[in-house]
Design a protein around this ligand. Sequence first.
Ligand code: NAD
Ligand code: DAU
Length: 339
Amino acid sequence: MTIIVTGGAGFIGGNYIHYHLKEHPEDRVVCVDKLTYAGNLSTLKPVADHPNFRFCKLDICDRDGIFALFEEEKPDAVINFAAESHVDRSIEDPGIFLQTNIIGTAVMMDAVRKFGNVRFHQVSTDEVYGDLPLDRPDLFFTESTPIHTSSPYSSSKAGADLLAMAYYRTYGLPVTVSRCSNNYGPYQFPEKLIPLMIANCLNNKPLPVYGEGKNVRDWLYVEDHCKAIDLIVRKGRIGETYNVGGHNEMANIDIVKLIIRALGKSEDLITYVTDRKGHDLRYAIDPAKIHSELGWLPETKFADGIQRTIRWYLENRGWWEEIVSGEYRNYYEKMYGNR
Ligand code: NAD
Ligand code: DAU
């Protein structure tokens, strides 16, 4: 089969392409990516020479370009990872989030409608459910938890989810949606918590913890997310949403301290900074549906996954040092300079 993977030069899309070509080398994988600040061609180096891989620099909002690609490639499936993905950036400048995350998703689905017989999977996030209180560890997000977003980012992702389900109901588009918790692993852009803390630790820079560091996230190793998506695309029920997460909740400050210990640095590097506006308190996924219907369970324990991730950043300094020495420096100064 031929599969279009959008956003494949980013963190999860890149890991997904590595995974897909390893597990299904007979499939043709066409990566569509605009190469924004978050897209990195070097993430795709390990598959660049694979005979069944093609990279296409293209914006998912470019209707003519996307339609022409569908005409040429005649895909059997589309997995839409492409998005603006960083909450802090969405607070600074929401517009591009609405454009890529909502309009771009609609363009991809219009192409699916026009060409027919194409499975469409929308990669969404647990952030569409808003947050849970810190003092109610008995509460989890299920697929029937109401959408209740906090940031422009999560609102744009929720908009795309609603559109996907509307295209299913109105046009009968063969759509599925997955809502995953926080991912970690190789190739994550160093603006996100775990790679930012690893990079700053290695450079002996302050570690900016928002608020008191008590916010909780439910961490999943990226390859487990990739396996879940592959399963949903092959065996998931059309028109359904699946939550993906592994009951691995941790407070931010505990993650930061763990990274400090693993790299042999001092906790004096921790700097508490002004909190994120509208900061969600706690995310926690109930993955019962994907477990009972598709047999998915996370395979990587956090203790192993985080060591593997830290080792990857140590062994691949070139990948992230190139990022943090470029335009990222202006971003960092703007976000953290006076915080
Ligand atoms: P990322 O920011 O690392 O990568 C996004 C990729 O999309 C980049 O390669 C970028 O160049 C590309 N892109 C952006 N705008 C585009 C456009 N208009 N056209 C084509 N390509 C474009 O993001 P990520 O962390 O890999 O997230 C991937 C998807 O997974 C997103 O949809 C995100 O909402 C979702 N998600 C992420 C997490 C997480 O923890 N990172 C968790 C759950 C869901
Ligand atoms: O839950 C899934 C979501 O996880 C995805 O949909 C998003 O694309 C992804 O970016 C992620 O969102 P978060 O906002 O949870 O991730 P981030 O890495 O930005 O922050 C994780 C937590 O760490 C959050 O509580 C804010 C805090 N934080 C983050 C940064 C960058 C800090 O304390 N300091 C920091 O410098």
